[in-house]
Write a protein that binds this ligand. Sequence first.
Ligand SMILES: Nc1nc2c(c(=O)[nH]1)N[C@H]1C(S)=C(S)[C@@H](COP(=O)(O)O)O[C@H]1N2
Ligand SMILES: [Mo]
Length: 445
Amino acid sequence: MALTDARLGRVRPAPENFLSDEQIQSVKEGRRDFLRKAFIAASAAAAAPAVAHAQSAGDPAILELQPWSTMLGKPVAANPYGMPSMYERNLVRRESPGLTRVGGSSVAFTPLQGLFGIITPSGLHFERHHQGWVDIDPNKHRLMINGLVKTDAVFTMDDIMRLPSVSRIHFIECGANTGMEWGNVAVPTVQYSHGMISCSEFTGVPLKAILDMCGADYRKGRFILAEGADGSSMTRTIPMEMVESGEVLVAYGMNGEMLRPENGYPLRLVVPGVQGVSWVKWLRRIEVGDMPWATKDEAVHYIDLMPDGLHRQYSSIQECKSVITTPSGGQTLLDKGFYNVSGLAWSGRGKITRVDVSTDGGINWRTARLETPVLSKALTRFNIDWVWDGKPAILQSRAMDDTGYVQPSYGQLRAVRGTKSIYHNNAIQSWKVVESGEVSNVQVL
Ligand SMILES: Nc1nc2c(c(=O)[nH]1)N[C@H]1C(S)=C(S)[C@@H](COP(=O)(O)O)O[C@H]1N2
Ligand SMILES: [Mo]
């Protein structure tokens, strides 16, 4: 049967890789007998395993030899740049159905519900553009340094890539991540509620080294302005202390290869712990100055409307936050029994020290396992065992960082911040599980 399949006929495997129909049939029969005996032996064993498993009685996926075991596989380099399996095609960046696209100004969210560990695959890194994305010819890209420096300078990509480099793993989170939830809009999935965060290994040159080469005046020059080459002319002020710490990078690498165009190819700023907007993409200019510039991207956008009616500006550090990524909104628990509750925690101020998980809406808490590595200003993966009894439950996670800060509840956050903000929502997320196993987004004060 397998060899007469039309699809196999088209790949024309070399003759030495053929088995006759008869040979295949005998392999199948042999395995079937073997498996049948094994199954009888297994079912005679006294204790059934506690963990859910596939039923093998009569299961053709185990009783029958599958076509891929008898055919010639695809040749090497059939995909010169490797792509995920076709069965993973649902795991993609998505635009929120609730957000409208204004020209190039838009956002596509990372599918956190389907990811493992702490590194976001580059093709799933969230995208946030104020004026669409561009794919810049690296030979035509320049980085200019000016302002309070001894010598103004212009660097080509070749100039930058000759300098000593470092590689660091950090998260980047848009200040507007989880923004919809301020207004009690429970977006359906973790992709839309928390998917404006990603974590990658970035490679580049500390900005401090480049400013040193230009003779920056660190006494007067207490701020820098970073400017992008795209149509949005994205400009952000960054305090010089951050640059002097050596953490701010002029980066060209992401997860071992050049940045993707959507993420700023060929050059972007990496500002660990700080909201995404300061990570200027397609970076073309750094100016050293003696006070903040109050540009449009920091005077009108990314400011927090406080309960007293005043706007708070430059609240740039992303505070400690966490979210359970599975089970999460839109998923369904198939049956009661064992689950691995898994999620992500992060802090713009340092390392995660502890994550507690509640399954009863915050009455009882248990401490989750932090998986290594636990890095400063990077995502940290946590896991905890849970046996679902089939009754309604509310899952929550609460993270703590090495400054002693504890992630707030919605009640605690709103007491300080009010309800009119868009940005910087780091409240505890709640996922409600109902008897049918369906999981949805709810808010618990
Ligand atoms: N030049 C430029 N830089 C930019 C932006 C932009 O539109 N233009 N968007 C900013 C915002 S608001 C965020 S959240 C991050 C998003 O980075 P990403 O698209 O790589 O996820 O880039 C920032 N840097
Ligand atoms: Mo952003």
